[in-house]
Design a protein around this ligand. Sequence first.
Ligand code: BES
Ligand code: MN
Ligand code: ZN
Length: 499
Amino acid sequence: MHRLYHRAVTVSLTSQDPARLAVDALVVAVAQQDGAPVVLGADRLPKELRAQLADAAALGITGAADEVRRLPGTGLAATVVVLTGVGSADALTPEALRRAAGAATRELAGTGTVALAFPTDDVAAVAEGALLGAYSYTRYRASQTAKLAPVATIQIVTAHPRDPAALAAVARAEVIAAAVHGTRDLVNAAPNDLYPAAFAEAAKAAAKDSGAKGLKITVLDDKALAAGGYGGLIGVGQGSVRGPRLVKVSYSPSRPKAKVALVGKGITFDSGGISIKPAAGMEAMKSDMAGAAAVLHTVIAAARLELPVAVTGWLCLAENMPSGTAQRPSDVLTIRGGKTVEVLNTDAEGRLVMADGLVAAVEEKPDVVIDIATLTGAQLVALGHRVSAVMGTDDVRGEVVTAAAASGEQFWPMPLPADLRAGLKSKVADIANISDRFGGMLTAGIFLQEFVGTTPWAHLDIAGPAYNERSAHGYTPVGGTGVGVRTLLALLEGRSPAV
Ligand code: BES
Ligand code: MN
Ligand code: ZN
């Protein structure tokens, strides 16, 4: 169960004439210029096809982002030509290219071989977008899998197919895509298959399968957690017959230039516990382990890329269930390190397991600790489905925003107003786990802050962006999105300057 459930995709570079590429589909980009669609690099296409595309607008093509159209491959060796919109011709950003490439490969699921001829030297963006879009999750399908299978081979047309920088960009894109796909696979797994112990096994298998050197995984089971004083994980996990786990996955290069800790929320299913959630929409709570999945695959990717930075990932795994053994509202837990928490709402469970994870992480004195969690519904209220939030120490928060912008993920800086701490006062314990409703995302951040001490820190709330319940767009499929992986990896790369 811990294997990857998508077919491996291969990418190669070619300088061949796109018209002569014997592929199932040739993808070209269409931009919007002065309100009209412009086929980019049309001069490289055969006359007959150019004529056919001369009045693209009459074919209903606009060049808008997420518009993917298939036409007969007139004059091409390819069977079909695929037009993918990049949006405004004045904003051909790397992310616009990623999304256009990814929208095309995503729409082409079921197609074997695809070539992309984009008029850009940015092989990195095209390769990454195309790979991110070449994903489908078919683990639970008994039939129709061929029709759903992701594109198997991708060729990218470039003037310099043997340029070492371009080849390195492809290799990096493959590592990134594998990490994002691996994260999506875990998020999409059904919670009857992916419970805490199964997640821990999946982590071991993924590390082993990666073939990367310098990775080590240790797993604390319920007994070890009780012995270690991990009261948050124990309290949240005690309602389930499937006990909690804390997985530590570390990557240690030989001469690390920095030491980074990553902590991920891994609630394999969040029913709310005794403070049970409404039935409508509860199924989405299988995605409540997306932070832990992103951490796992970021550490593996860092190892595969041999980054000169030591990274330790902490996966805080538990299933939040109501039962005769579940924790109650008014229970008091002792988090690792000794702080006590009054549990006023068992549905505010993420912060309880993350508190244990953060304490364990900072005990090892990292330079910086970053946590990532599907922590609050309030994140969706504040920023919607596609923009994640980042809170924390000013400089680390800024570092995350910069890394996100470079990688094409949307993270927006949010404050941690000190006055919100008062709302978390408990009548009996050091802190309560809930406050009033307003500013709920920030309150959760304030709660976590209590457990990081003086270590530079950022908290990423990915509640909305981690799981796409609407429709697919760009390279983003329905279901698990893998958000966070690219930002965390960019941050690690930023902490490991080339020498
Ligand atoms: N896992 C949820 C947050 C969530 C909500 C993630 C929607 C993704 C989509 C979290 O454990 C939770 O239930 N939070 C509560 C906290 C409240 C009880 C203070 C919430 O946001 O309602
Ligand atoms: Mn909850
Ligand atoms: Zn939760």
